[in-house]
Design a protein. Structure first.
Length: 268
C-alpha cells in the first residue's frame, strides 16, 4: 500500500477492488479505524472522504502529497481533542473523476485540455448511499444515522460534497467543503443552494485559500448559505487562508481544524 516515503498510521483496512453496479466500475476504499476500536464494542461516527488515494498515503496520491488524515486523527483522538471517528477514504476513478464529482453536464478546460462532463454526481451519490455505506455499516461498528455521518472533499470533491448532502438529505450531515469548485457550470452551486425548499440540518465547514484562482466565490457561497438560514459560528464555519493555494499540502494543513469542528469530543 505504501513505499518507504510514508508509513500508514493506525489501523487501516483495505478494500482494493470495491465494485459499483450503479457506475459500472471498481475503486479502492481504505478504512481508518480509531485507537481502541478492536478492543471495544462501541459504535463510531464516520467521515467519508473523496479522492481517497490522496487521504492517507503520499505513495498513492496522484500529486505525490497526502492529506495525512491518519496521523492527524490518531493524534487528536489519542489526546481526547476530537471524538473517535472512522474515516473512509473513497478513491476516485481517474478519468471518470470529473464525471462523478459534477452535478450537471458541462464543458470544461483543465490544464489546457477541454472536455465535457457527463454530470454523474447524483449516480455517484447513489453509489455512496446505496452500495458503499451499507457495506461499511455492515462490516464495521458505525453509528449509521446521518447525525453521525460526515462527507468531505476538496476542489471538485468539495463541490460534490455539498451537492450530495443537498441531494440526499439526512444521509450526510457533517460536511468538509474545502476549496470547492464553485466555478462549475457558471456557479450553479449558488442556484442549488438558493433552490432549497427546506434547509437540511447540515453542519458545514467551508474554506478556501486566497492564492486560489477565483477564491472569492467561496465567500459568495457562504453568503448564499447564510441567506438560507445557516448561522456562522453555529452550524457554519467559513475561513479563507491567506496565501494558501489549491493543493493537497494546503488542505492537509487545515484538517486539524476541520476535524475539531466536525467531530468534537462527546459533551462539547
Amino acid at each position: 500500500m505504501s513505499d518507504d516515503s510514508h508509513t500508514l498510521t493506525g489501523d487501516i483496512r483495505r478494500h482494493p477492488d470495491f465494485p459499483s453496479a450503479l457506475l459500472g466500475n471498481r475503486r479502492e476504499v481504505l478504512v481508518y479505524l480509531p485507537p481502541g476500536y478492536s478492543r471495544s464494542r462501541l459504535r463510531y461516527p464516520v467521515l467519508y472522504m473523496q479522492d481517497g488515494q490522496n487521504v492517507f498515503d503520499a505513495a498513492t496520491s496522484y500529486t505525490g502529497v497526502e492529506w495525512g488524515i491518519d496521523e492527524t486523527a490518531q493524534r487528536l483522538i489519542t489526546a481526547g481533542e476530537i471524538a473517535s471517528v472512522i474515516v473512509v477514504a473513497v478513491a476516485n476513478t481517474g478519468e471518470d473523476r470529473i464525471h462523478e464529482y459534477t452535478p450537471t453536464r458541462g464543458r470544461y478546460e483543465i490544464f489546457g485540455t477541454p472536455g465535457r462532463s457527463k454530470g454523474l454526481a447524483s449516480r455517484y451519490g447513489r453509489f455512496l448511499v446505496e452500495e458503499l455505506k451499507p457495506f461499511i455499516d455492515k462490516r464495521y461498528r458505525t453509528r449509521r444515522e446521518g447525525e453521525y455521518t460526515g462527507l468531505g472533499g476538496s476542489s471538485l470533491g468539495g463541490l460534490a460534497t455539498l451537492v450530495l448532502a443537498l441531494r440526499f438529505p439526512g444521509v450526510f450531515t457533517r460536511l468538509a467543503v474545502m476549496s470547492p469548485s464553485v466555478w462549475w457550470d457558471d456557479c450553479i452551486l449558488y442556484k442549488l443552494v438558493d433552490d432549497i425548499k427546506r434547509r437540511p440540518p447540515l453542519k458545514i465547514w467551508l474554506d478556501t485559500g486566497t492564492a486560489e484562482p477565483g477564491w472569492e466565490r467561496a465567500g459568495v457561497l457562504r453568503d448564499h448559505l447564510v441567506a438560507k438560514g445557516w448561522v456562522e459560528g453555529q452550524d457554519l464555519v467559513y475561513k479563507d487562508y491567506e496565501g494558501a493555494g489549491h493543493d493537497e499540502g494546503a488542505w492537509a494543513a487545515r484538517m486539524d481544524e476541520v476535524l475539531r469542528y466536525l467531530f468534537p469530543p462527546r459533551g462539547r
